[in-house]
Design a protein around this ligand. Structure first.
Ligand SMILES: Cc1cc2nc3c(=O)[nH]c(=O)nc-3n(C[C@H](O)[C@H](O)[C@H](O)COP(=O)(O)O)c2cc1C
Length: 325
């Protein structure tokens, strides 16, 4: 089946199951494990466990309760932009099955921040930690990008537990240029200053690409240590095709995720860990307990999965939760 169609079909099925008598209970019984020993404090928040769902799976925050039933400790919704946008033309999601990888060029398809807020207002699960991943609309220039981040941040503030500033998607033209020191400092400092007017403190993290140079990584470490940033999400998808060159689908443009990005995102994590004490969420290519353990050994405090979840199914979450505690 077309991978994007499969995504919506399976979520519709899970939503249906949850509406049946005992449906949600059945999912929880099969897939999630709740134990006090899995609880961890990071970013001033209590995570039911340290295995999260990475951004881009639930772009509009419409499936938080269902996904929580599958055992995730936290769910990062988005990337959300101020205004709805359709994203890139279809097809835009490809499965590189022998390499356990995906290439996507979704292009921040989403229903806009107001629609996300309406969805998040309906979330029933009070334990799940929700991250709000914010981005800019395609039509917004890089000069004006800061306004889009401000809109996402201010509107979503009451509805999420932490924020992730996404400047690392390869599918919005020019977005990754915002990872340069000057524009990035401006965005982060603006959000940090806006936070001082809020009654409740909400952590702000930065999500970075695995394709940065050493110089850029040093800048990121500087920003992490010299602004009010609370942490980093390492990493987004890669543009590098070296590990999948033999697959004809590697010619598709977009970000590559899954097993082939594992090493690269680990290298970024390993480079940044000694340079900052801020919280790091390790993401990229986790498909097994051994992968997750290695990310933690390299210094990840929390981990996230996306592509591994697609290939391995929801049983992976329970295994990871058990395996890393
Ligand atoms: C189809 C798809 C859509 C994604 N959309 C987003 C997004 O909107 N925002 C974001 O920050 N990351 C997005 N990502 C990146 C993932 O959150 C994650 O950083 C990346 O896929 C590496 O993790 P993985 O190897 O476990 O998939 C997307 C990934 C995929 C596969």
């Amino acid at each position: 089946m077309d991978p994007e169609k499969a995504h919506y079909r399976i979520m519709a099925l899970l939503m249906f199951i949850c509406k049946l008598p005992f449906g949600a209970w059945m999912l929880r019984t099969c897939f999630s494990i709740k134990k006090n020993e899995f609880k961890k404090e990071y970013l001033g928040l209590t995570f039911p466990n340290t295995v999260g769902l990475a951004a881009g799976f639930d772009k509009n925050g419409e499936w938080v309760d269902v996904l929580a039933n599958l055992g995730f400790g936290f769910i990062e919704v988005g990337t959300i932009t101020p205004w709805p946008q359709p994203g890139n033309p279809l097809p835009r999601l490809f499965r590189l099955i022998p390499q356990r990888a995906l290439i996507n060029r979704m292009g921040f398809n989403n229903k806009g921040v107001d629609a996300m807020i309406e969805n998040l207002k309906k979330v029933k699960n009070k334990n799940i930690i929700i991250g709000g991943n914010i981005g800019k609309n395609k039509d917004t220039s890089n000069e004006d990008a800061i306004h889009d981040y401000v809109i996402g941040f201010e509107k979503l503030y009451p509805y999420v537990h932490y924020f992730v500033v996404n400047v690392s998607s390869p599918n919005t033209p020019g977005l990754r240029a915002l990872q340069d020191k000057e524009p990035l400092m401006a965005i982060i400092e603006k959000l940090v200053s806006l936070r001082t007017h809020q009654e409740v403190y909400k952590p702000i993290l930065l999500k970075i690409a695995p394709d940065l140079t050493i110089g850029q990584l040093d800048d990121i470490a500087y920003i992490a240590n010299h602004t009010g940033l609370d942490g980093l999400v390492c990493t987004n998808t890669t543009l590098d095709r070296e590990k999948v060159a033999q697959n004809p689908l590697s010619a598709e443009s977009g970000g590559l995720s899954g097993v082939p990005v594992y090493q690269k995102s680990n290298e970024v994590l390993a480079y940044l860990r000694p340079k900052t004490e801020k919280t790091i969420i390790g993401v990229g290519g986790i498909a097994s307990v051994a992968d997750a353990r290695e990310k933690m050994r390299l210094g990840a405090d929390l981990i996230q999965v996306y592509t591994g979840f697609v290939y391995e199914g929801p049983g992976l979450i329970k295994k990871l939760v058990r395996g890393i505690h």
